[in-house]
Design a protein around this ligand. Structure first.
Ligand code: 5AD
Length: 349
């Protein structure tokens, strides 16, 4: 079957075999990409209209106990100037965000042991009580099931944890031995069972990634049915072991976005900062390939440059207000409007 026929088949049946996925990733061309993005964009337009959900991210700590080979804030990078925001700082970011119309706050950080279950739940509880009309999303890595449950009980309803790759061998090429795919998957399953709207996802073009690994990622997502999917190109960071590796392709990222939209029509898929960093018009292209979310940064300007997961990260030189305006203008330039709403995952029957 031709790739375009496989894309139609995916649209109809919502899954493909491993061999079919591998064929697409091995042999796609510019026309296949155009076809996939067109189908995906139609699906997104039909479900969401020309509306893009806004989520405000607060990057509240760049301290991390993990040592992922790709990430600029890995614990071995001694050149990073480390910071933590305290509860009042975080609440202040949310207050500013609320005034700008945000109804979802994403608390994202490294795996920083300082934020114990008790401390983190206290913060989540305060935000959910002060902003009962808002959704709290947490993204702080691998934790115990008990900790996840406590976050849920404190009012968090969404959790983002990219799986990074669904293949254990590939996972081991991106992480030290102490970090395992098995535990990451345990976390994702716990989150789903607890009732979180759960986000997984990958970088496109990480070192050693192959068509087979991408096929495994797609098949994992077929089964797992994430409510949210984070996808962006790998971008090297100069103080990591992957400093000399090539960046991931924007076009392949757009293809994966489009295929995810076709496979999971209801999913919330952000057009990520990494996509906007890899190419000036990357975020607009993401939306036209099926994304329906953008996540402006609400962190204080002073700490932005310290949350450098990769080189050149866009938006680190502008205030929250300017960042929001730029994103709004980018969306309006392609005929989309940014909406003020919680934008919960909704499954269409
Ligand atoms: N390039 C692109 N994305 C990265 N991330 C971490 N490091 C990089 C990089 N060098 C992504 C990972 C992680 C998310 C928070 O950021 O997928 O899950």
């Amino acid at each position: 079957m031709k790739n375009r026929e496989l894309i139609d088949k995916l649209n109809k049946e919502k899954h493909l075999s491993e061999a079919e996925w591998i064929q697409i990733f091995d042999t796609w061309d510019a026309y296949d990409l155009q076809y996939a993005t067109r189908v995906a964009n139609c699906i997104a337009l039909e479900r969401f209209g020309r509306k893009i959900y806004f989520r405000g991210i607060v990057e509240f700590t760049n301290i991390c106990r993990n040592d992922c080979y790709y990430c600029g804030i890995r614990c071995s990078n001694s050149k990073v100037s480390r910071y933590r925001l305290d509860e009042e700082d975080i609440l202040k970011c949310c207050a500013d965000g609320y005034d700008h119309g945000f109804r979802t706050f994403v608390l994202q950080g490294g795996e920083d042991p300082y934020y114990t279950q008790e401390k983190m739940c206290g913060i989540v509880k305060r935000i959910s009580e002060e902003y009962p009309d808002c959704a709290v999303t947490v993204s702080i890595g691998e934790l115990s099931r008990e900790y996840y449950q406590a976050l849920y009980d404190a009012g968090a309803r969404r959790y983002l944890l990219r799986h990074e790759t669904a293949d254990p061998e590939h996972y081991a090429m991106l992480h030290p031995k102490t970090q395992t795919l098995a535990n990451r998957m345990r976390c994702l399953r716990d989150l789903k069972e607890i009732g979180f709207q759960t986000g997984c996802g990958i970088m496109i073009g990480t070192p050693h990634q192959t068509s087979r690994y991408l096929a495994e990622d797609m098949m994992f997502m077929t089964d797992f049915r994430p409510e949210m999917i984070g996808l962006g190109p790998f971008i090297p960071h100069h103080d990591t072991p992957f400093r000399d590796e090539p960046a991931g392709s924007v076009d392949l990222t757009l293809l994966v976005i489009a295929l995810c939209r076709i496979m999971l029509p209801d999913a919330l898929i952000p057009s990520t900062t990494a996509l906007g960093t890899a190419e000036a018009e990357g975020r607009q292209k993401g939306v036209l390939a099926g994304c329906n979310v953008v996540m402006p940064n609400l962190s204080p300007l002073e700490v932005r440059k310290k949350y450098m997961l990769y080189d050149g990260k866009t938006g680190t030189d502008m205030s929250a207000e300017t960042g929001i305006r730029v994103l709004r203008e980018q969306m309006e330039a392609i005929g989309y409007e940014v909406v003020v709403a919680r934008g919960d995952f909704q499954e269409r029957k």
